[in-house]
Design a protein around this ligand. Structure first.
Ligand code: ZN
Length: 89
């Protein structure tokens, strides 16, 4: 599956569900990419992107593939493979 197709088929909500991550009603989440005490990670369901606003965080922002890449410590290639599987499930 090509990246544009993954992005049309896989939502950020599906990815979060896969990792049992539940954003609050403001679409904020304890960031899984750094030691987070207050929810620093903002999820944008409309664009299927996310941003971590903590200055302690290396992850920054990204899309569904970047989320998987950071969460798993994957290479881009591995993250695309996993995203393809999730998009088809
Ligand atoms: Zn973070």
């Amino acid at each position: 599956m090509q990246i544009p197709e993954i992005k049309t088929r896989l939502t950020i909500t599906q990815v979060l569900n896969h990792y049992n991550l539940r954003p609050d009603r403001n679409h904020r989440l304890l960031c899984p990419f750094h030691e987070d005490k207050t929810p620093s990670l903002q999820v944008y369901p409309d664009t299927n992107t996310w941003t971590c606003f903590s200055t302690n965080c290396h992850a920054g922002s990204g899309d569904v593939i970047d989320f998987i890449l950071n969460k798993e410590g994957f290479s881009k290639h591995e993250a695309i493979e996993k995203a393809t599987k999730l998009a088809q499930s």
